[in-house]
Write a protein that binds this ligand. Structure first.
Ligand SMILES: C[S@@+](CC[C@H](N)C(=O)[O-])C[C@H]1O[C@@H](n2cnc3c(N)ncnc32)[C@H](O)[C@@H]1O
Length: 283
């Protein structure tokens, strides 16, 4: 996912302790998640079956919700001798986990590095909160509107089902909106945000939700430009190269830069990508 050869693991501590902070553990293991659209290598929902094989993983379901779009599942994955990892699946598709989060964080870092005074931020996709966590670490940021489609996930972040959730969402700079990003952008009046960060899906080539296709197309991107302050930026996360997206962003903003972030996924060097555009000061 990111510019690191060795994934940084966020260790999920006791689920029953909602306020618990995540501990940072540097790991040199190479069995992180595959690209977001890929499945993990072990049998889903397997009971304890690790035996003495270090490659065996245990899966435990932590929470599940049925939605009109399909099921949203949070589960805990653990290899023998390794810290537990939380993973999020939507409609059977791996969305993300708490082990390899460098590109989610890089999404925020890229944007923060480009704008001198990034006070207001719109984030599409709360997920497990790593992008938001990175934003909150920057004292220049005064307000973050986070838009999340799945009400259940917001609930799990709030009630401690995701242990680091309550601490994160307690920050007064955050406002969580249960909505579709498309609706929020449509209803936003004027150039409100210094940064707009989009990580709502795996990218246009591997959509979890077909209806998200429009979020990577010209019409929506022009609407996004209108809510970005002159001098502000849009950054979009994708799992694959997305030349059509690059063209569409460039058409809307007058230019677009692709940043590829190396990430080691299941013994292979891969890359995830950010598409970065600035709104001209003269716009
Ligand atoms: C990959 S996760 C985001 C990860 C996040 N960057 C992080 O650091 O944890 C994508 C999130 O976007 C949400 N989502 C999907 N489509 C959406 C939409 N149209 N509007 C708002 N949120 C959406 C999903 O439910 C999921 O929580």
């Amino acid at each position: 996912m990111h510019g690191r050869r060795y994934p940084v693991t966020l260790v999920v501590r006791q689920r029953l302790n909602p306020g618990t902070q995540l501990g940072l553990v540097l790991s040199t293991r190479s069995d992180g998640p595959r690209a977001r659209s890929s499945s993990e290598r072990c049998t889903p929902y397997a009971p304890w079956s690790m035996g003495h094989d270090p490659d065996q993983l245990r899966y435990d379901e932590v929470a599940r919700a049925e939605t009109p779009r399909g099921e949203v599942v949070l589960r805990r994955r653990q290899a023998e001798g390794s810290p537990a990892v939380l993973e999020l699946r939507v409609s059977g598709v791996f969305v993300m986990d708490t082990r390899e989060t460098s590109t989610e964080r890089a999404l925020a870092q890229q944007a923060l590095g480009l704008v001198p005074d990034p006070r207001t931020v719109l984030v599409g996709g709360l997920g497990l909160g790593f992008t938001v966590h990175e934003l909150l670490a920057d004292p220049r940021v005064e307000r973050i509107d986070v838009v999340e489609l799945e009400d259940a996930l917001i609930g799990w972040m709030r009630d401690g089902t995701v242990p680091h959730g309550p601490g994160l969402l307690a920050d007064r700079r955050i406002r969580v909106l249960h909505a579709d990003l498309a609706t929020v952008v449509e209803e936003t009046v004027g150039a409100t945000y210094d940064l707009v960060l989009m990580d709502v899906d795996n990218g246009p080539g591997h959509l979890v939700h077909e209806h998200n296709a429009a979020l990577y197309e010209a019409g929506f991107l022009v609407a996004v430009r209108r809510v970005v302050q002159p001098g502000g930026v849009l950054v979009i996360w994708t799992a694959d190269h997305a030349p059509a997206l690059e063209d569409a962003v460039a058409g809307a903003f007058g230019g677009c830069r692709q940043v590829s972030l190396p990430v080691r996924l299941q013994e292979r060097e891969e890359a995830y990508h950010l598409y970065v555009a600035s709104r001209s000061m003269r716009d």
